[in-house]
Design a protein around this ligand. Structure first.
Ligand SMILES: C[S@@+](CC[C@H](N)C(=O)[O-])C[C@H]1O[C@@H](n2cnc3c(N)ncnc32)[C@H](O)[C@@H]1O
Length: 321
């Protein structure tokens, strides 16, 4: 498979020293760290031993990635910064794309000294300069739209206005000229040529204030989606079927963004098979590996239970842009 994998997502043990089990009460239901639980997996390596153990695997994963491939590595805030340094070494700092902050849970009351921890991190690297990148936009929530587009025109369309000038003075050229009798304010230039401003004004897309200040009109229905930023809220499932099971919507988002239809997606710490389900739902091929028999059984069960409508459940994401 060398050079054939377009996307690797891994969520390895985090070097916590913990043992994770599943209590069975009829069917798999509760997750605990208690001694009487059936052990799903142990996370015994710590510190530098853990980082070295992970490095050996990351070197192999790097070889498996295609030239347009990417790695997403999910890790916690305690060991994550050491893992980042190791990944810089294997992938090259120039191929580091993002340190994504993932909000994993609701705020907690912490007893120990320190702030409540509601996030972990996902380190995103590409193998080379031109990874698969579908740049899938996020649909704005109704609340977001109401906040950002707080004006309503005579036809009931929500809109906001933005300045038509930007910092920086240009002495000559299109963006320094007179527009409808006014010049850009001191130290600023028009954001576009005067001809373009006149075109916008003729189309009714410039709002003039009572004092004669022009601003560009942006309608909410032209901007229903927005660029994804590097803070994501994808909380852990409320009723996990496996310890540390991750959010399926988050995996669908990663898969759709960083692989193409028909790509091979690999998760070699697949746990309950969240990545594999996301890949299967999105028309990707997948390879899942885990050393726990329980993980393999749970993954198989989840994959077998997928229904055609699961692929349509990804409607939060606007694929049209
Ligand atoms: C944090 S869990 C993954 C959870 C998964 N992302 C999910 O959504 O269900 C880590 C997994 O790595 C597996 N694991 C630990 N060491 C491994 C190894 N050396 N090779 C393969 N899998 C391993 C564990 O059995 C466990 O299922």
């Amino acid at each position: 498979m060398r050079g054939k994998i377009d996307l690797v997502y891994i969520d390895p043990p985090f070097g916590t020293g913990g043992t994770f089990g599943i209590d069975k009460s009829g069917r798999i239901a509760t997750i605990s760290k208690s001694n009487d639980a059936e052990i799903a997996y142990s996370d015994t390596l710590r510190g530098r031993e853990f980082v070295e153990w992970l490095r050996e695997r990351v070197v192999l994963l790097h070889r498996l990635l295609s030239p347009k491939g990417s790695l997403y590595l999910h890790i916690d805030y305690k060991i994550g910064h050491y893992v980042k340094v190791m990944l810089d070494e294997v992938f090259g700092m120039e191929n580091f794309r993002n340190d994504i902050t993932r909000i994993k849970c609701n705020p907690k009351g912490f007893r120990r000294v320190g702030y409540g921890n509601v996030k972990d991190m996902i380190l995103f690297y590409s193998k080379g300069e031109k990874p698969i990148w579908n740049d899938i936009k996020i649909r704005c929530s109704d609340e977001d739209i109401a906040k950002r587009y707080n004006k309503v025109d005579s036809k009931g369309r929500r809109y906001t206005t933005v300045p038509i000038h930007a910092p920086g003075e240009t002495k000559s050229g299109d963006t320094a000229q007179c527009f409808r009798g006014i010049y850009p304010p001191k130290g600023r230039h028009w954001r576009c040529s005067v001809a373009e401003l006149e075109r916008l004004d003729d189309m009714g897309l410039i709002e003039w204030s009572a004092s004669g200040n022009p601003r560009k009109i942006n309608y909410a229905d032209d901007h229903l989606s927005k660029k994804q930023q590097d803070i994501w809220e994808y909380k852990d499932p409320a009723y996990p079927v496996y310890p540390t099971e991750k959010n399926l919507d988050m995996l669908k988002y990663i898969v759709c963004n960083s692989s193409d239809s028909g790509s091979i997606v690999l998760d070699c710490f697949c746990g309950s098979g969240t990545t594999l389900c996301a890949a299967a739902c999105s028309g990707r091929r997948w390879i899942g590996v885990d050393r726990s028999d329980i993980a393999i059984a749970v993954s198989a069960e989840r994959l077998n239970a997928l229904k055609p409508e699961d692929s349509a459940s990804y409607e939060l994401i606007d694929l049209s842009e």
